[in-house]
Structures are given as C-alpha cells and as structure tokens.
Design a protein around this ligand. Sequence first.
Ligand SMILES: [Zn+2]
Length: 233
Amino acid sequence: MKKRIIVLAISSLFIIGSAFIVTKKDNIKAQNNTSNMSKNNYKNDGNLSASKEYIEGVQPLYIDGIVVVNKKYGLPQDYRAPEELEKDAIDAAKRMMKSAEEDGVVIKIRSGYRSYSIQSTLYNNYVRRDGKEAADKYSAVPGYSEHQTGLAFDFTTSDTITSIGDWFTDTIQAKWLYENAYKYGFIIRYPEGKEDITGYQYESWHYRYIGEEHSIHFAMNNLTLEEYLGLDK
Ligand SMILES: [Zn+2]
C-alpha cells in the first residue's frame, strides 16, 4: 500500500508539472470546502486533494473528493480511482446486494470497471451499429465513461448474460435499488427526466459510488451529481 501511495504522490507531482506545458482547454477551480473535506471519509484525501484543477486528458475534476466524469469532464487514459476507494465501492456494493437479498431481491453486477481500451471497442461498435448521435445517448466516448473509475456499476437481475437495457427498469431489482442505494453510498447517475443535465437517457441500472456522506442527499429525489456539485449552471 505504501508503495502505491508513493507512486501516486510522484504521479501527482508529474501531473502538477505537466500543467505548465499542457494547453488548458477548460479549467475549473474545484470548490475548496474544508468542512466538507473533513467529514469526507475517503481514505485517500491527501492524494485526491493534491491537485484540484481540471486539465483535459491529464487531471480529472475532483470536487469534495468526488471524481466527476460526464460529457464535459473526462479522465486521463490511464486513470483509475485510488485502490482503497475502489475497494470501498466494491465492499459497499456487496453489502447492498446482501441486504437486497435479505429482502428477497437478487441483484447482480453486470459490469463494473472498464478500461479506456475496452470502452473504445464498445463505443466504436455502438457507433457502427446505431450511428454516433444515437450511441452518444447511451454510451460514453472513451475517457468519458464513469466505468473507467471503477466506482460505477451496472446492476442486473440473476441473469448476468443478457445485455442491460430498458427492460431492467420494470424489475423489482430496479425498484429496490432506486429506494435503497443511497443508504450504501450509491446514487442513480442518470435519473429519469434529467437527460438535459446528464446528457444521458435514463439508466435505471447504472449506479455510482460517492460515499454515504454524499449519497444521503440523493434519497429517491432524482437529484443529479451535476446539480449536487453545482455543475449544472
Ligand atoms: Zn453503466
């Protein structure tokens, strides 16, 4: 673990250094709310707060320790969330699925972490099949997928073979997740009726881990991460 932290620290220095030579296409100062940071229970705060400026392809946007990925803010090609945070997300997902099962609802993960190159293959296939305009409504350009963080999951029923899609919306699994995910640190990332804010059509299966201290504000209210972080204006 120590080795990983050192590597992260070195790469942070590299990123800060790179900031001076990379053309900044779109910078945004992350909110520097120290009270929010202190109640944040992410274990990698030191690394996450080391650099706060978004630099396309180099430095992701972090606000209050939350890495933001959407149509506007992408990830460096080799980005993946800090190991401990990803572990927190997986543990939370397991706790959530166990709790659902106790309620008689079997929920499985259809997909989690997806690398830049896998996303490239998927996206290019969708564009070939449906055209770019249609593909962009349900699939992310490589580098702009939340799945690359390792903190986003597509949930499904006990049938993990069938591709996820609109059919999932009418399942008891979708209903259970909608009502309970916020208790486990998860939010529905592309809620119904918020397509103009998220840029994605409603996805009843796609959940993003942001930690309970944040997700608690997302109780069955179709709030988007963009609105919560003030990025929708
Ligand atoms: Zn997804």
